[in-house]
Design a protein around this ligand. Structure first.
Ligand SMILES: [Zn+2]
Length: 82
């Protein structure tokens, strides 16, 4: 039996006041807007939430099942889970 454990490498970054202000501004910009969940088509895990003005392609990897995907958020419809 393999008893090796994988060490996690976690980098810590200092967030600058400018970046923090930008994040807060982005949150304020969508306050009250209806968001839509985008879930992994393979396992159903929540990947991200999109707002009505979201558009374009994103690429990522599901943290649960590990599958990679590229989707156009403007056209994304939830794939039914069977
Ligand atoms: Zn998944």
């Amino acid at each position: 039996m393999n008893t090796k454990t994988k060490r996690l490498s976690i980098r810590q970054f200092e967030i600058t006041p400018e970046v923090l202000a930008r994040i807060r501004g982005d949150i304020d910009a969508v306050q009250g807007e209806q968001s839509k969940d985008i879930r992994c088509a393979y396992c159903g895990r929540l990947i991200l939430r999109k707002f009505p003005d979201a558009q374009g392609h994103i690429s990522g990897k599901c943290a649960k099942c590990g599958r990679e995907y590229t989707i156009n958020v403007a056209n994304w419809r939830r794939v039914p889970q069977y």
